[in-house]
Design a protein around this ligand. Structure first.
Ligand code: DHK
Length: 145
């Protein structure tokens, strides 16, 4: 039997982790996060496919692809979290197809600027994990199993 597949998707500006506002996002790079995710996924009996894009449409395409290949999703939409109805609708396609989608954030947006207090994704996600840095991604994998 093949291990269940999880798409671990990160949105705009997350490729700059490590040097981007480390006091908020921590000093781990996205490569560090992806390495930890692959290791944790393996320990949990999952296979992780980790990707990052700065482009909304590409993220939408990957969410559609997750449905087509039968993958669950761990998603950090970056700032798209707060305003992208296109990403929200694509997340709804994932969860209404019977797949799980965990929204993750490195920081805790609820403690930050007002515009970050709204997530247009949260209402169609299976659940949300925020505020634990790299661990948010690993907790999301655990939530899936
Ligand atoms: C990442 C971003 O890029 C921000 O735009 C969000 C999120 C928060 C995070 O904490 O991972 O507001």
């Amino acid at each position: 039997m093949t291990a269940p597949l999880v798409y671990v998707l990160s949105g705009p500006n997350l490729n700059r982790l490590g040097t981007r506002e480390p006091e908020i996002y921590g000093s781990d790079t996205l490569d560090d996060i992806h390495r930890a995710v692959v290791t944790e996924a393996r320990a949990l009996g999952l296979v992780a496919d980790c990707r990052q894009t700065n482009h909304e449409g590409e993220l939408v395409d990957w969410l559609h692809e997750a449905v087509d290949v039968g993958a669950d999703v761990v998603l950090n939409p970056g700032a798209l979290t707060h305003y992208s109805y296109a990403v929200r609708d694509a997340c709804a396609i994932v969860t209404t197809s019977g797949r799980s989608l965990v929204e993750v954030h490195l920081s805790n947006p609820a403690t930050r600027e007002e515009f970050r207090h709204t997530s247009v994704v949260a209402g169609v996600a299976t659940g949300t994990i925020a505020g634990f840095g790299l661990q948010s991604y690993l907790l999301a994998l655990r939530a899936l199993v």
